[in-house]
Design a protein around this ligand. Structure first.
Ligand SMILES: [Zn+2]
Length: 65
C-alpha cells in the first residue's frame, strides 16, 4: 500500500497526481463544495473547502452585534 504524499494538494488527482480542473462549484448548503475533474483519467472528485465565503461573512455580521 502506497501512502499518498502528505503535501499533496486537495486539487490534484489521487490516481495520477496531476492538477485537476474545476468543473463545478456549489455553495448552496453553506459549504464551499467544488467538483474537480482529472483530464488524464476522467476521474471526478468533490473537494470540501469548508464554509462558503458568503456564509462566513453573514455569520461574522451576526456575531458582531
Ligand atoms: Zn488522474
Amino acid at each position: 500500500m502506497n501512502e499518498p504524499a502528505s503535501t499533496a494538494s486537495p486539487t490534484t488527482c489521487p490516481n495520477c497526481g496531476v492538477e485537476m480542473i474545476l468543473v463545478d462549484r456549489s455553495t448552496m448548503s453553506g459549504d464551499d463544495m467544488r467538483t474537480y475533474r482529472c483530464d488524464h483519467c476522467r476521474e471526478e472528485k468533490i473537494v470540501d473547502f469548508g464554509m462558503a465565503t458568503w456564509k462566513a461573512l453573514s455569520d461574522a455580521r451576526k456575531s458582531d452585534k
